[in-house]
Design a protein around this ligand. Structure first.
Ligand SMILES: [Cu+2]
Length: 109
């Protein structure tokens, strides 16, 4: 006379959050914040730290640029490393360099 069927094993509800096979959409929210992009360009015409700060200032003003570092090569082409959250359009980089009064070297080597 056991009609009281208590199904109290917790199998129906407790497993609602099983993540091993039911996740069809993985939350990939780690996008541009952590994926920093770096790109190198060669800038000619820089001769001193003032030149460096001018170029750095202009490049830093580009949307998305997080850091600029310049390896000054006075009298030659200085390597400028641009760190950004997303890839920066080469035209924007060129415009910024020219805005500062300098020019990109034709081809980085
Ligand atoms: Cu200078």
């Amino acid at each position: 006379m056991n009609t009281e069927n208590r199904n109290d094993l917790g199998l129906k509800d407790a497993g609602a959050g099983c993540a091993c096979c039911a996740t069809t959409s993985a939350p990939e929210t780690a996008d541009a914040v952590t994926a920093a992009v770096t790109s190198d360009v060669l800038v000619t015409g820089m001769t001193c730290s003032h030149c460096v700060s001018s170029v750095t200032e202009e490049l830093s003003a580009i949307d998305g640029v997080e850091g600029v570092s310049v390896d000054l090569n006075a009298g030659g082409a200085s390597r400028v490393t641009i760190r950004s959250s997303t890839p920066i359009a080469p035209a924007a980089v060129e415009a910024a360099v020219e805005e500062a009064g300098y020019a990109l070297a034709s081809s980085p080597s």
